[in-house]
Design a protein around this ligand. Structure first.
Ligand SMILES: [Zn+2]
Length: 316
């Protein structure tokens, strides 16, 4: 009788046959720094994550580094919202203070978008007719250059505007940042699973939604084309988001572009597990690890997760 169960009978045999391995070096920890924030603020649902000011972010990074986290994704949240001519001084200060304190012991990616900067919370400069694409692309390229000048290791555009990767690449190259990589949110769906994040980043749209520029979850071809286009425009790394609802796309995107593809385990996915655990219905850490392995099995090279800082205690 064929016995597939034979090789599952002990931990040693299961480990011998494990097809996916996970390294802590392939987990990216997001964090939020809010300009002018007096004290840390809890974020509903995002266990182990708070909104930081600069000193508290520095303390958290130190702790995370001690726990073996080396990859970080900063979401800068400026105090003053505008509709154009954005001011990057507070983000510049955050990045340069992190760099000054920790040098090259961490890899610091910067989320590059306009939704935390605008009064309306959309990812673009708008006028009464809608998105002003050229002005938006200029602002994104300026942001990328400002972040690179402050000491960012990588730029991570999350806006989903046509042409942003090419414009950012050109902007960086013109200023001598040819070696700063772009990790593009290349296949990003309009989704219900971003809820907890929007509170953390002050980025909930004040009107309408983001379906004008984010992908329609019903469309596979469009989703792959979006990543392929980012690769053609010069993105070094690609990403699917939300991870859970994009599992079927990771491997095809990798095969069609030759680029490494990561999965963003978004705030709603993460908070869902945290809330289940609060109700005593699942074990949070074990569920987290389970999902990371599934992303890996699905072809993800790396995972962006609010739980990267739990990896060490999970034996990853
Ligand atoms: Zn945005």
């Amino acid at each position: 009788m064929k016995r597939l169960m034979r090789l599952r009978a002990s931990q040693h045999l299961r480990d011998l046959c494990a097809e996916t391995e996970f390294s802590r070096a392939q987990l990216i920890q997001p964090f939020f720094v809010v300009e002018g924030l007096k004290n840390e603020e809890a974020i509903a649902g995002l266990r182990g994550n708070v909104r930081h000011n600069i000193p508290s972010a520095l303390r958290q990074i130190e702790k995370d580094l001690n726990d073996g986290v080396t990859q970080f994704l900063l979401f800068p949240v400026p105090a003053e919202k505008r509709d154009s001519g954005f001011d990057h001084r507070s983000t510049h200060q955050t990045i340069s203070e992190i760099r000054r304190q920790f040098g090259s012991s961490l890899c610091l990616w910067i989320d590059t978008c306009l939704c935390s900067y605008t009064t309306h919370g959309h990812c673009a400069v708008l006028d009464e007719r809608g998105i002003k694409l050229e002005e938006t692309l200029d602002e994104l390229a300026k942001s990328a250059v400002a972040f690179a000048e402050a000491g960012a290791d990588g730029i991570s555009p999350s806006d989903m505007m046509d042409g942003r990767v090419a414009r950012i690449r050109t902007g960086l190259d013109e200023k001598g940042f040819e070696m700063v990589p772009v990790m593009s949110y290349s296949t990003k769906f309009a989704s219900n699973f971003y809820g907890p994040f929007r509170n953390a980043a002050d980025s909930a749209p004040q009107f309408g939604d983001r379906r004008h520029y984010q992908l329609d979850v019903r469309n596979r071809n469009d989703a792959i084309a979006a990543s392929r286009r980012c690769a053609e425009e010069g993105a070094d790394l690609l990403m699917v988001k939300p991870g859970m609802t994009s599992l079927d796309l990771i491997r095809p995107i990798h095969e069609q572009t030759g680029r490494q593809v990561g999965a963003y385990q978004v705030s709603g996915e993460y908070a869902g597990m945290a809330l289940l655990a609060e109700q005593g219905l699942i074990k949070f850490e074990e569920a987290l690890l389970e999902t990371w392995h599934v992303f890996k099995r699905g072809g993800a090279q790396f995972v962006i997760t609010y739980g990267a800082r739990y990896a060490k205690q999970l034996g990853v």
